[in-house]
Design a protein around this ligand. Structure first.
Ligand SMILES: Nc1ncnc2c1ncn2[C@@H]1O[C@H](COP(=O)(O)OP(=O)(O)OP(=O)(O)O)[C@@H](O)[C@H]1O
Ligand SMILES: [Mg+2]
Length: 312
């Protein structure tokens, strides 16, 4: 696979619109097409175990041929943080402990400053996902996200982190000067620079090798949020690749579905206008719950075709 090929497919949208269902459908169809696929969720109230009907752990768990799934837990994120950033923090603290020359106030300011680094949890979660995507184990990673607000926060994080670290350069340089006498230690500014590079790498991966699919339903609250979401995503530099309009009522002669279809019509029109120029796929409202590899695969085949993801 060429390095510029998309690796990560992100499914986002308002709570309850069908992110888990649609991402699972795409995951099953992608795996059935012969690509090694990993389905992950960053939702801390995950439902991959429910949708596949097997117990999915916080390490890759086999679902079916070519498909593994994983529910990223808080514990996993905490352990990753400790492993990746812990040594740096210990190092930073040892700098501070060595600084007899630094007055008490300065020491407290510095600790406060490091402590307020925006959302180390989010940064670690992204780091974990991007690292899995970069490993050669899977051709494609399908990412079921938490409801929109939380995910926007997450996607914004590398930029905040980078700005925070850059803005802190003066603080770190001052600490380095004070700690200059301590030999054999990495400079704080150097550690911060490594973090900046890491954040920039994550941001670049999300921008260049991630496809963002919005899941929506033809109803007022969802459409209004889609409109705001698309504007915000544009602002923070994300391009939406496609839209899945889920739970579309298709009249079959019953008065109930007939009325529902009529009711959905203005919202369908607005969604279609909003998604102009994007790949658009529709999923019908079903009477039975969509669970298990068979039903998911049937929906996934249509979805991958309509979204231009089949046969890649
Ligand atoms: N096309 C459909 N027809 C009927 N029911 C559906 C359809 N798609 C999803 N559902 C049902 O709607 C509910 C919400 O779907 P799902 O869990 O996939 O949404 P979600 O966006 O992941 O929700 P959350 O934001 O809570 O994670 C589930 O009970 C699911 O079975
Ligand atoms: Mg979900």
């Amino acid at each position: 696979m060429a390095p510029s090929e998309p690796k990560l497919l992100l499914f986002g949208g308002k709570g309850g619109v069908g992110k888990t269902t649609c991402s699972a459908a795409v995951a099953v169809a992608t795996a059935a097409g012969g690509m090694r696929t990993l389905h992950i969720t960053s939702d801390l109230a995950p439902s991959l175990s429910d949708i596949y009907g097997i117990n999915i752990g916080d390490t890759p768990t086999s679902v079916t041929e070519n498909l593994d799934a994983m529910e990223i837990s808080q514990e996993r994120i905490a352990a990753t943080w400790k492993e990746k950033f812990g040594p740096d923090f210990v190092h930073i603290l040892s700098h501070i402990l060595d600084m007899d020359g630094m007055e008490q106030n300065g020491r407290l300011d510095l600790l406060d400053y490091i402590g307020t680094a925006p959302a180390l949890r989010e940064e670690t979660l992204l780091d974990l996902i991007v690292e899995m995507a970069l490993q050669g184990r899977y051709g494609r990673i399908i990412w079921d996200t938490a409801p929109a607000g939380e995910t926007l926060n997450l996607l914004y994080m590398p930029r905040l982190m980078r700005d925070h670290l850059r803005a802190g350069a003066k603080v770190y340089e001052a600490v380095d000067r004070l700690a200059g006498a301590v030999s054999g230690k990495r400079s704080l500014a150097g550690i911060m620079q490594e973090w900046v590079v890491r954040s920039e790498g994550i941001a670049a991966f999300l921008r260049e090798r991630t496809l963002f699919f919005l899941v929506a339903n033809p109803e007022a609250l969802v459409v209004n949020q889609v409109q705001r979401l698309m504007a915000t995503l544009r602002q923070i530099g994300f391009t939406v690749r496609g839209m899945i309009i889920n739970r579309v009522a298709v009249a079959d002669g019953s008065p109930f579905l007939e009325r529902m279809e009529q009711g959905q019509k203005p919202y369908m029109d607005r969604l279609l206008a909003l998604s102009e120029g994007l790949a658009v796929a529709r999923v019908d409202l079903t009477l039975e719950e969509i669970r298990g590899v068979g039903p998911l695969g049937a929906i996934g085949r249509g979805l991958t075709r309509e979204l231009g993801l089949a046969g890649r």
